[in-house]
Ligand binder design. Structure first.
Ligand SMILES: Cc1cc2nc3c(=O)[nH]c(=O)nc-3n(C[C@H](O)[C@H](O)[C@H](O)COP(=O)(O)OP(=O)(O)OC[C@H]3O[C@@H](n4cnc5c(N)ncnc54)[C@H](O)[C@@H]3O)c2cc1C
Length: 430
């Protein structure tokens, strides 16, 4: 089971049968898109098949970072960071946003060199990151018992509480006029003369000229039914949280672990840079599209085989032949955590930073990260389907960039000049 997510009340007396825009998906991307659109005066309905933020948007590490991003994302991340800095004020709630600094700890010269190469590209663009030597790293993380070769450090990077922040944004969106429906899957698009005229939901039809798909790991399946080829795969990522303990303020990661202090005094901990692509039927269909990414990440990939292969094969068969089961039966994607990887993380962390040696594990969970072949999102109109827009594929870093991405998607939908150049995120690049 996933972490406990703050509740968002969404009781409606009347089903909204019409909207200017329907947003599919109540993760951070759908919520921020809907919120921004409502601020522009649009009548917005957001449909979530399960609960607000129950999938990736509550299960993530809670890192709000510029550091390590693809440089094409940096201008949007800078905008997002400005929004995060005001998020408590904008939502009228505690989102856990704290500037704490984020460090990537380097075990050897190769890692130090890779991080320095990123800094050489990103610092001139305004990233504000620094490459630290061994002594500077020891001063930054005095709790460490191990001597690192160095670190990449961004002092202005931050953390926030996913389980509080996204529900707070959803309530703010409601206050701005967004109608949020939970347990309401969108099962298809209704088109006439090449244009979208409505969406079909499990509770009835909503007439609308524009639809934004922010369906996270489900986006590809939804698109396939409508003849849109969205290359997207899933990576299983496991996390644990500890009971409160006195430890570092900064968030940091090394090859086998990553930690982030929580508002409740505990830590969110995961297995560093190791990632587990899930072997599903799509891996075979998309193998060559993802091959360059697989090769560049090969040191960190641990492919995972599970019942998910069969589950997805059945879901595709049902949905593509006219059923709705995937969206109405699997309300919340809740993969099992990989306990071995988490134990390994705790072992390495306790050895390197001994304050974690007595940490009590309070809970563990996993989430499916949705990724694209170039590991940056799609935030785009779909040119072949008038009125259809996609914001998905955030490839493991959509929480931090979410507020900015929601703003950008809303501006594209509204036909306004976008806050940053969106061309890197266009759908047609595939
Ligand atoms: C373990 C883990 C750690 C991560 N760590 C970080 C981090 O530290 N920092 C960071 O920036 N990012 C991180 N990420 C990535 C980040 O969480 C995601 O990029 C981001 O949450 C994606 O948001 P989303 O709204 O696109 O998707 P989601 O949060 O997955 O939301 C999609 C929603 O759409 C709904 N949906 C799908 N189809 C339909 C339909 N047909 N009808 C109705 N509803 C539908 C789903 O039920 C779901 O709730 C991490 C992710 C994971 C899993």
């Amino acid at each position: 089971m996933g972490p406990e997510v703050d509740n968002v009340e969404t009781e409606f007396t009347a089903f909204p049968a019409q909207a200017d825009v329907v947003v599919i998906g109540g993760g951070i991307i759908g919520v921020c898109t809907a919120w921004n659109l409502a601020q522009k005066g649009a009548k917005v309905v957001l449909c979530e098949k399960g609960r607000i933020a129950a999938e990736q948007s509550s299960r993530n590490w809670g890192w709000v970072r510029v550091q390590g991003r693809d440089v094409r994302e940096l201008p949007l991340m800078f905008e997002s960071r400005k929004l995060w800095a005001r998020m408590n004020e904008l939502t009228g709630a505690e989102t856990g946003y704290r500037v704490c600094g984020i460090a990537y700890l380097n075990a050897n010269a190769k890692e130090q060199h890779q991080r320095a190469a990123w800094a050489a590209k990103a610092v001139p663009l305004g990233a504000g990151s620094r490459v630290l030597d061994s002594t500077e790293t020891a001063l930054l993380l005095p709790e460490a018992a191990r001597r690192f070769v160095g670190a990449l450090f961004t002092e202005s990077d931050a953390r926030a509480e996913p389980q509080l922040a996204v529900p707070a944004m959803a309530r703010a969106a409601q206050a701005t006029g967004v109608a949020i429906l939970q347990n309401c899957a969108v099962t298809g698009l209704v088109r006439e003369a090449g244009k979208i005229i409505a969406v079909e939901t499990e509770r009835g039809r909503i007439a609308c000229p524009k639809v934004v798909l922010a369906g996270g790991a489900w986006s590809r399946l939804f698109c396939r039914k409508h003849g849109i080829a969205l290359p997207q795969l899933k990576v299983r990522s496991s996390v644990l949280r500890t009971a409160p303990l006195h430890g570092p303020e900064i968030s940091a990661s090394a090859r086998h672990y990553a930690f982030r202090k929580r508002l409740d005094g505990g830590y969110t901990i995961a297995n560093g840079w190791i990632s587990s692509p899930e072997i599903t039927p799509d891996v075979f269909r998309l193998f060559f599209k993802f091959l360059p990414e697989f090769l560049s990440e090969r040191d960190y990939l641990r492919p995972h085989v599970s019942g998910q292969f069969l589950q997805e094969w059945r879901q595709e068969r049902d949905y593509l032949s006219g059923g709705n089961a995937p969206f109405t039966q699997e309300r919340i994607l809740d993969p099992a955590p990989q306990i071995r990887g988490l134990r390994q993380a705790m072992r390495h962390l306790a050895r390197d930073v001994p304050v974690f040696a007595d940490a009590k594990v309070a809970q563990s969970w996993a989430g499916f990260i949705d990724g694209t072949p170039d590991a940056i999102p799609v935030i785009s109109e779909v040119k072949s389907q008038k009125g259809f827009y996609i914001a998905t594929g955030f490839s493991g870093h959509g929480f931090g960039i979410g507020p900015g991405a929601g703003r950008l998607m809303a501006e594209i939908v509204a036909g306004e000049t976008p806050v940053v150049d969106p061309s890197a995120f266009r759908m047609e690049r595939f």
